[in-house]
Design a protein around this ligand. Structure first.
Ligand SMILES: [Zn+2]
Length: 369
């Protein structure tokens, strides 16, 4: 295998530098190193940095020099990815699992390509901005099929599958300002925790401390519900829903109109809770989003008055309007990007929901601000 690796590295270098052109000074010739083989697997991440023309040349030279057919066909596939529909690619991935020697690296690359293909990364423009009417009796009926006061999350799993991205107005003179539900210390963040998903953030409080609604809206749920204990869910006019769990007392009931900053309950430790705290969630169409992606917890304000939601495979990515997105280039590391933007690898990892030692791939989009 090692032999083939070397053979192809040489072949690739040669192809990309001198083949088909005037012979160059052998010492000074430019070399582009494109690792296309790794062990027995084909890796395309380096090929990502090449133009289609260069990749075609690479493919043709493999044919010319009797390289492995498998590599040739993989490169052909790579070149045709752009013209294939998502269904075709998913079907293709399935078929690759049927092969004797499953090319996991290739499957991984197709998955990465699918998750990042340009036409799916459609960022919301101001024309998409959803403001919502503060005068509707049931808020945001554009987004929800039902108004169900029996459970915190009554929505079907597929709700919102057709969404791409949209902007929601979070605060305005008419809607009112954002309020932190409890002003206290953050004790747990959003994300994976002890092998399970923590769908909200935990804020420390003493029993009987006031808990207020983050935005104006209408109370959809105010009841005792399983592990949440006494929980209030408010649907807001912009389509977001906020969840206030482990309450000691209710101060609102289903159907009540609330303003941002209005008392909804008193903090406690009801339900599945080991100490008094507020478990606070922000959801859109039933999918939890990270509240800290658009709330500056330390400053107790919104990072921007407009929230951008982008649909992903399992939910939504949320970020404030005006976020800076960086596209990873060859040779980048999290440390290098952090230094470039005056931030830390901790912060970048947190902003993007990745690990600090995550493998970055060329073309990956990272939020840096
Ligand atoms: Zn919690």
């Amino acid at each position: 295998m090692q032999k083939i690796n070397i053979l192809f590295l040489v072949l690739v270098c040669w192809t990309l530098t001198g083949y088909g052109s005037e012979p160059k000074d052998p010492v000074k010739r430019d070399t582009i190193r494109a690792t296309v083989l790794y062990g027995e697997e084909v890796l395309f991440d380096a090929v990502d940095g090449l133009s289609d023309g260069q990749v075609s040349d690479l493919r043709d030279s493999i044919l010319k020099f009797h390289g492995p057919n498998r590599l040739w066909s993989y490169i052909n596939l790579y070149l045709s990815l752009k013209n294939k529909s998502e269904e075709e690619l998913v079907a293709y991935i399935d078929s690759l699992f049927e092969t004797e020697d499953v090319p996991y690296a290739l499957i991984n690359q197709i998955n990465i390509y699918l998750a990042n293909r340009p036409e799916q990364v459609t960022f919301a423009t101001p024309t998409d901005l959803f403001v919502g009417s503060k005068h509707s009796r049931i808020p945001a009926t554009d987004f929800y099929p039902s108004w169900d006061d029996s459970k915190p999350n009554p929505y079907p799993w597929g709700l919102g599958n057709q969404d791409t991205s949209m902007s929601l107005l979070l605060s305005s003179q008419e809607l009112g300002e954002f309020h932190l539900p409890v002003e206290n210390v953050l004790t747990s963040k959003f994300g994976w925790r002890d092998g399970r998903m923590h769908n909200g953030i935990d804020i420390d409080l003493e029993v009987w401390d006031p808990v207020v609604s983050a935005f104006p809206g209408v109370v959809r749920v105010a009841k005792y519900y399983g592990g949440f204990g006494r929980v209030v869910v408010v649907r807001h006019f912009n389509g977001l829903e906020t969840v206030y769990a482990h309450l000691h007392r209710f101060k609102v009931k289903t159907g009540d109109r609330v303003e941002g900053g209005q008392l909804v309950g008193l903090g406690g430790s009801s339900g599945n809770s080991t100490g008094s705290h507020l478990h606070f969630e922000v959801r859109f169409k039933g999918k939890a989003v990270n509240p800290l992606s658009f709330i500056s917890f330390e400053e107790k304000i919104l990072i921007n008055d407009t929230l951008v939601l982008k649909r992903t495979k399992n939910g939504y990515v949320s970020y404030p309007k005006g976020t800076v997105i960086y596209t990873v280039e060859r040779g980048d590391s999290l440390y290098k990007i952090a230094r470039e933007y005056g931030t830390t690898t901790y912060k970048l990892a947190e902003l993007n929901g990745i690990r600090r030692n995550s493998y970055l791939y060329v073309g990956q989009r990272l939020r840096v601000i």
